[in-house]
Design a protein around this ligand. Structure first.
Ligand SMILES: O=C1O[C@H]([C@@H](O)CO)C(O)=C1O
Length: 549
């Protein structure tokens, strides 16, 4: 096993992700940040210097469990203090399992500002993937706004509330086209002109070059702020083989959904006419798509990449065709031989997701509590037994049974809080995520929930209110292991995990403005067993005083 050392500077850059120049949060002069590549068992060291001048920063390694290093999880107010301007923090952690991952900012809305990149862990030497492939292509998907993240944040926390609305563009590896379209000539209604790109522009699509009759592994991760996406490649099938770093029973689809926080590997067989090129398209699901598709080209060598595909890009399924999304999601099953969940759990918590008001401000709340992070990070507070840094009462384990999930809340007023769900170390926990109607009649939204520090088994999805009888329908045979799972509109999702990783862990909606509006909870287990926390992670709030003494 190797130690892979990286020296990074986070800074604002002028950049044109979608051919319009704005400011992005980049790393070492690059947007997206550099790809980290490692082998399972390696140790990754990132020496991160904050060159933002007027704001703190942290980076979360999404999908890496941080076994034994909970202080390296990169969540401001939870695992560490934000790194101050000019300071350097050293992230040091082991990548114990192969898979497709990514990293991103986890302070304020810095992910929306562009602070992200890919993290790919190869199999340890001598080990074999359960599938064959000849080549690899990497796609990191995101959405992009022209309004600055600071303006977005202020709008979300203003009264009256100002929603960020839909993004201006979708980016594939940080590249999209706003004022023009690669596929303008196929569109009869489009008012945008054909893009005239030379290929060297920051917004020029990254062409996917392939050879005929080969199998490619596409590694796809979504770090969108808001959008749920659907990806398709004209004329080609996609065979899904990995989800969130875990192997799945392979299944073939014409198009696939990917929610923010998810990652997949799909196999692509280049078995089509090699004298042509093909569109790869990415479109918005679950919200009325006011954002044009993200596009790039699958180019068969030696055909010229400038030959536009003869047929229009794949049409994204209708945004509100939830059955299509459910059909895809329900196909995901763990690969035979994968670890199975314990057959029973020690504790079940039910988390109602609602949009609420607090003092006139629009919020999201979980069991009527909207999360406000404390100024002293939990990990240090809890390890050192500090009092008064967060709500010590246990947050609610369920919601009022009479609550009508099909209608807007009768009493829309939520509380604010920052209590912790503390689990017995090594206990098995079930979480039922219960969706509901927003403040608007007839609206329930998609929320992809991401758990830090663990994978969970997805035991099932259902419509309406979760009932005790639904337990009988749990899939205990081959539930997929994931770190992010969606709740569908007006539905529930059941998860099971083993609380075996001493630390304090965020569990939240991966839609960044929703988390900003309070849509998250905090889990903890075995904190007394956590090793020595580096003092650089404790340099704020009440823990700073302990370090000073
Ligand atoms: O949090 C949100 O707020 C808006 C809308 O509900 C109110 O404008 C929206 O679509 C969200 O996802």
């Amino acid at each position: 096993a190797k130690v892979r050392h990286h020296k990074w500077a986070v800074e604002y850059l002028f950049w044109s992700p979608d051919c319009v120049e704005h400011v992005v949060m980049g790393i070492n002069g690059q947007f997206p940040g550099p790809t980290i590549r490692a082998t399972a068992g390696d140790t990754i060291v990132v020496e991160l210097t904050n060159k933002l001048n007027t704001e703190g920063v942290v980076i979360h390694w999404h999908g890496i469990r941080q076994l034994g290093t909970p202080w390296a999880d990169g969540t401001a107010s939870i695992s560490q203090c934000a790194i101050n301007p000019g300071d350097t923090f050293i992230y040091r952690f082991k990548v114990d399992r192969p898979g497709t991952y990514f990293y991103h900012g986890h302070y304020g809305m810095q992910r929306s500002a562009g602070l992200y990149g890919s993290l790919i862990v190869d199999l340890a030497e001598g080990k074999k993937e359960p599938f064959h492939y000849d080549g690899e292509l990497n796609l990191l998907l995101s959405d992009w706004w022209h309004q600055s993240v600071h303006e977005q944040e202020v709008g979300l926390s203003s009264n009256p509330f100002r929603w960020i609305n839909e993004s201006q563009s979708l980016l594939i590896n940080g590249r999209g086209q706003y004022n023009c379209s690669l596929a303008a000539k196929y569109s009869n209604s489009s008012s945008v002109p054909e893009c005239k790109l030379r290929g060297s522009e920051q917004c020029a699509p990254q062409i996917l070059h392939v050879e005929r009759n080969k199998t490619y592994r596409l590694r796809i991760a979504s770090t969108t702020a808001l959008a749920s996406l659907n990806l398709a490649i004209g004329g080609h099938k996609l065979v899904v083989v990995e989800a969130d770093g875990n192997y799945v029973q392979p299944f073939a689809v014409d198009d696939m959904d990917i929610y923010s926080g998810e990652s997949y590997s799909v196999l692509l067989r280049t078995d089509q006419d090699p004298t042509k090129n093909y569109w790869l398209s990415v479109g918005v699901r679950g919200r009325e798509p006011k954002t044009p598709q993200g596009l790039t080209i699958l180019n068969y060598k030696p055909t010229s990449a400038s030959h536009l595909p003869p047929i229009p890009p794949p049409v994204t399924p209708r945004w509100n065709d939830t059955d299509h999304s459910k059909a895809f999601t329900n196909k995901t099953r763990a690969l035979m031989g994968s670890p199975k969940p314990p057959t029973t759990s020690h504790r079940r918590i039910v988390l109602l997701n609602t949009q609420n008001k607090f003092d006139g401000f629009t919020k999201w709340a979980i069991n009527n509590v909207s999360l406000v992070l404390p100024s002293t990070p939990y990990l240090g507070s809890m390890k050192l037994g500090l009092k008064g840094t967060y709500n010590h009462a246990s947050p609610p384990e369920k919601y009022d049974e009479s609550y009508d999930v099909m209608n807007p809340p009768v009493n829309p007023n939520a509380n604010q809080g920052n209590g912790v769900y503390v689990f017995d170390l090594n206990s098995t926990v079930d979480v039922i995520l219960q969706n509901a109607n927003t403040l608007t009649t007839g609206v329930s939204e998609i929320h992809p929930w991401h758990l830090h520090g663990h994978d969970f088994w997805v035991l099932g999805y259902g419509d309406g209110k979760f009932k005790e009888a639904d337990v009988k329908k749990f899939n205990l045979k081959n539930p997929p292991l994931k770190n992010t799972a969606v709740i569908f509109p007006y539905g529930w999702t059941a998860l099971r995990f083993v609380a075996d990783n001493p630390g304090v862990w965020a569990f939240h909606c991966h839609i960044e403005p929703h988390l900003h509006m309070g849509m998250g909870v905090v889990f903890a287990e075995g904190v007394k067993k956590v090793g020595r926390i580096p003092s650089s992670a404790l340099a704020c709030g009440l823990t700073a005083r302990m370090v000073a003494n």
